[in-house]
Each structure stands twice: as C-alpha cells, then as structure tokens.
Design a protein around this ligand. Structure first.
Ligand SMILES: Cc1cc2nc3c(=O)[nH]c(=O)nc-3n(C[C@H](O)[C@H](O)[C@H](O)COP(=O)(O)OP(=O)(O)OC[C@H]3O[C@@H](n4cnc5c(N)ncnc54)[C@H](O)[C@@H]3O)c2cc1C
Length: 247
C-alpha cells in the first residue's frame, strides 16, 4: 500500500524513502524493544546525534502509519542502525509492529527531520534536556556530543516509577546533573525544575508529551528568556491520540 498524501508531500520536499530490513530484535530494559536494522542506502557517513526517521509501520492488513523514531548506533560501513521502541499502553501501530516483527521483514523509512542538532556558538552557559522514555535515545547521544566542561542538566519523566526500567541513561561525565522526575497532572511535569533553576543563557532541548512540551517551552521563553536558536522543543507524542499520519 502507498504512503499517501504525507508521503507525496515529503517526496516533493526532497525527502528520500529507504528500505530498511529487520536484522534482530531484543528487549532494552523493561519497557523498550531495540530493533536492529540494515539499509543499503539510508545512512550518511556522519550522522548528527539525535537525528530521527519517519518510519512507515504496516498494520496486519498492510495499511501504513508514519511515526517518528530516533536512529541510534549508526554504523555507515555496515549499513546498520538501531531504534528503541517504548512499549506504551495503549499501544499504537508502531508498538504493535515492534512486538510482532521478525528478522528479514522489510519496511520503509523516510529521512526528513528538518534542522539537526549541532553545538551552539558562542557556547551557552549550559545545556538543559527535558524529556521522557521516548526522547531518552536522542538525549543519550546529544549529551555525549557536548564537551565535558559545559554543564548539562537532564530531567526525564519517570512515568512507570522505576527510573526507566533499566534502559541505558546518558553516560556518566563531568558536569552532568541527571535525575528522573515524577509525572505531574495537566502537563506540569517540568515546571518545578524550571522554577527551581536559573537557565538564562542556557540552550534548552525539550521533547516529551505534547502538553508537557508546550508548558516547558512557554516557561523557558517567559521566565528564562530561552528562545530562538537556544530553544528546541518538539512534541514526541500526544496523550490519547495517534501521533503521525496514516494511509
Ligand atoms: C522526532 C521524534 C522522535 C521519536 N523517537 C522515539 C524513539 O526513539 N523511541 C520511542 O519509543 N518513541 C519515539 N518517539 C515517539 C513515538 O513516535 C510516539 O510515541 C508514537 O506516538 C508511537 O506510535 P504508536 O503508533 O505506537 O502510537 P500512536 O498511534 O501514535 O498512539 C496510540 C496511543 O498510544 C499513546 N502513546 C503514544 N506514545 C505514548 C507514550 N510515550 N506513553 C504513553 N502513551 C503513548 C497515544 O496517546 C495513543 O493513545 C519519537 C517521536 C518523534 C516526533
């Protein structure tokens, strides 16, 4: 089945769609499945940390659903990369596909992620990352890209109450303040962090549930004057609704 209007729009924008083959699948901690993929064409010699793919997941009748997933462990010489898929409840087409996929299965992934992460010049006072299990794969690689002398603060939402259930967290380094924080009602999860600290002059990267992301973005720009090139915010999922397009 085709990729529909959004597939046509992405093609018109110059986005390239690649075939990716499942090589292997294994649990990553309690809550994620790590899918190991191969593609002859998808990878670039150097990949930006945290870059992501628009993956087209078929349901059991072949209908396609586009969802965003972060590419990790890219290996250009082997043509391989991994994706960590959170097994959330209720599941959607991406989660259901991850559960049933097997080695050898081929799906498609479109590369069109917009602006990728790069270190800010002049160097900001620090880097703040606000995220959850869905943005943990990106945050791990983004933190690793930041020089150790620059302060980094990471706050991740602990929705399951088990601090990620064993998923790999950012590698320990100098100047890293990392903590899991409890989910708060009405998307207020990140507000205590932002009320407790002074992040003016920092770069902030926010990716979590839609309302959490929006409230954090507003507080950062209003209370900490973090905006423009110093602020990246992107909703990674929507509570109670599908996130993506379908055909
Ligand atoms: C740029 C980008 C990168 C992303 N990278 C990753 C990644 O590396 N790993 C990853 O796991 N996710 C990642 N996500 C999030 C993922 O795309 C969404 O969680 C997506 O909604 C999952 O698709 P689905 O088909 O399973 O569920 P959908 O059909 O979108 O939604 C079905 C139901 O699941 C619920 N739901 C969706 N996500 C969650 C959640 N996190 N917790 C609780 N309920 C949820 C929805 O509210 C809805 O009720 C990324 C998103 C973006 C935009």
């Amino acid at each position: 089945m085709g990729r529909g209007l959004s597939g046509l729009v992405l093609s018109a924008l110059g986005a390239k769609t690649h075939k990716v083959t499942v090589l292997d699948k294994q649990p990553h901690g309690e809550h994620m499945l790590r899918i190991h993929f191969h593609s002859d064409t998808l990878l670039e010699p150097v990949e930006a940390p945290g870059d992501w793919l628009r993956m087209w997941f078929p349901d059991d009748r072949g209908k396609l659903y586009q969802r965003g997933y972060t590419m990790i462990n890219p290996d250009y010489s082997e043509g391989t990369f991994d994706v960590d898929i959170l097994q959330h409840d209720p599941p959607g087409p991406a989660v259901r596909w991850a559960r049933r996929c097997e080695a050898g299965e081929v799906i498609e992934a479109t590369r069109y992620s917009g602006k990728v992460f790069s270190l800010i010049q002049p160097q900001p006072a620090g880097y703040l990352f606000l995220g959850d299990m869905t943005s943990l794969p990106a945050i791990r690689d983004l933190v690793a890209a930041i020089p150790e002398e620059v302060p980094v603060v990471v706050r991740l939402v602990d929705r399951a109450g088990d601090e990620g259930g064993g998923a790999t967290t950012p590698a320990i380094r100098e100047n890293l303040d990392f903590a899991w924080i409890p989910e708060l009602p009405e998307g207020r999860t990140f507000l205590p962090t932002l009320e407790a600290g002074d992040f003016s002059g920092w770069y902030a990267w926010v990716a979590a549930e839609t309302v959490e992301t929006r409230l954090a973005k507003t507080a950062l720009s209003r209370e900490h004057l973090v905006s423009g090139p110093l602020l990246h915010s992107q909703a990674y999922w929507i509570r109670g609704r599908a996130m993506g397009t379908e055909k």
